[in-house]
Unconditional design. Structure first.
Length: 394
């Protein structure tokens, strides 16, 4: 794509955002809205984005996207961040459920679900992890038994983000009890209003409850809600997880970390920590870490532009991002000291916050980064085998 066309794309989006972002949903205002009001308004905002085709831009045109190129995706992420656009409430549906639905779904499934994912008429969650199946997802035990024209689903999922608002769940379950590990698993599209589903929110260390336990007891799922082939759900799951660590992720991480580093340096200057001999060393390390991170991201993006696929380097980015996020949170906590322990419930966003409140939010949220989307140990395992060529560990 010509630079001129890309700049025209950037300008079109920038102008659209300038005249369409509702003030009450800007990050600093959205946090003041109670969740029961915020979620429907965020759904409406996404509906507006979908109408103008400014959401799910990587999706094919026939399913409501723009078939956006990689450079367009980069520009899109930069402009959304620059405009401080409101959160996209249906990001799990768009980024993780949509692509395998489009790749493996029947025409009927695509017609039924795709558009509603983009407009946020349907919110989606992911029922993959279970109490004894997280990193080792292939040991999952939730089971679905085919009885005539429907499956009967039994079992438990955990850490299911957004399940308390979701209309649909992409659930992995064992459909062939004789097979073990990756064989005999299927992917079902489960209506969250079906009888027999219980959702229990899990309160996190920071006070908020963003994810849940989900229990399925004798839940009937119509046979036509099987995504992909029976007993071949691992393929669907792999496609979903690949998208979770996809390209927008790399661009977003870069934007978030650079902003985090700038905020940290400002805090250090304001509090005189930039004169402390120990903290100065830590700040310099973080500065260099973020610069190295940005160069690694650039290398990955260049490879993507040339070859169309990210390699195992995406695991390096995830790992490095986690380490830097946690290091910055620890340094910020050292700077504010005991003030960072003052608040019962930290605010959800970092705009316009008391610095100590901001630090507390970042600090309490940081441990999750080394778990979500694959733990740091799993990332190191991938790097050891796929980048360094080391043998599989015992
Ligand atoms: C913020 C957040 C949101 C999430 N959202 C969802 C969601 O929407 N849907 C969903 O299904 N799940 C979700 N998860 C769950 C997430 O995918 C799992 O927590 C993650 O895969 C780790 O699994 P686990 O918690 O069972 O830990 P385990 O896999 O039990 O790991 C425990 C410890 O053992 C280590 N370990 C495990 N295996 C190995 C190995 N082979 N080599 C070396 N070390 C190993 C791990 O690194 C970890 O330190 C979410 C998690 C978080 C934190």
């Amino acid at each position: 794509m010509e630079n001129r066309e890309l700049e025209a794309f950037r300008l079109e989006l920038r102008n659209w955002l300038a005249s369409n972002i509702p003030d009450e949903l800007r990050p600093e205002n959205a946090t003041k809205l109670p969740e029961a009001e915020r979620v429907p308004r965020l759904r409406a905002w996404q509906g507006k984005l979908a109408e103008a085709r400014w959401v799910g831009i990587t999706w094919p045109v026939e399913y409501g996207g723009r078939g956006a190129s990689i450079p367009e995706q980069i520009v899109y992420t930069e402009e959304m961040s620059r405009a401080r656009a409101p959160e996209i409430i249906g990001h799990l549906g768009i980024g993780i459920a949509g692509p395998p639905l489009i790749a493996f779904g029947t025409e009927e499934q695509k017609r039924r679900f795709a558009r509603r994912i983009l407009t946020a008429e349907d919110l989606w969650c992911f029922g993959f992890s279970e109490p004894s199946a997280g990193s080792d997802l292939a040991s999952l035990r939730a089971k679905a038994t085919l009885e005539g024209d429907h499956f009967v689903l039994e079992g438990q999922k955990v850490w299911t983000t957004l399940a308390h608002h979701a209309d649909w769940c992409m659930a992995l379950c064992r459909t062939d009890p004789q097979s073990s590990r990756r064989q005999g698993i299927s992917c079902l599209l489960v209506d969250m209003r079906s009888p027999g589903i219980t959702v229990r929110p899990l309160r996190q260390i920071g006070g908020q409850a963003e994810f849940n336990e989900v229990f399925f007891e004798n839940v009937q799922v119509p046979r036509e809600n099987l995504l992909g082939e029976l007993n071949n759900g691992w393929k669907v799951a792999t496609a979903a997880l690949q998208n979770e660590r996809g390209i927008l992720y790399v661009v977003e991480m870069q934007i978030i970390l650079t902003k985090g580093r700038d905020d940290l340096m400002r805090l250090a200057r304001e509090r005189g920590a930039d004169r402390d001999p120990v903290l100065r060393q830590a700040l310099a390390d973080v500065y260099l870490g973020v610069e190295t991170f940005r160069h690694t991201c650039q290398r990955i993006l260049d490879k993507l532009l040339r070859m169309g696929m990210p390699g195992p380097e995406a695991s390096i980015v995830k790992l490095h991002w986690t380490d830097l996020t946690q290091a910055m949170a620890r340094i910020a906590m050292s700077i504010v000291g005991s003030e960072g322990l003052l608040y019962d419930t930290p605010a959800a966003h970092s705009e316009n916050l008391d610095p100590a409140q901001w630090v507390q939010r970042v600090f309490l949220g940081s441990p999750a980064t080394s778990i979500a989307s694959g733990t740091s140990e799993i990332m190191r395992g991938i790097i050891a085998m796929q980048v360094l060529g080391l043998p599989k560990g015992s």
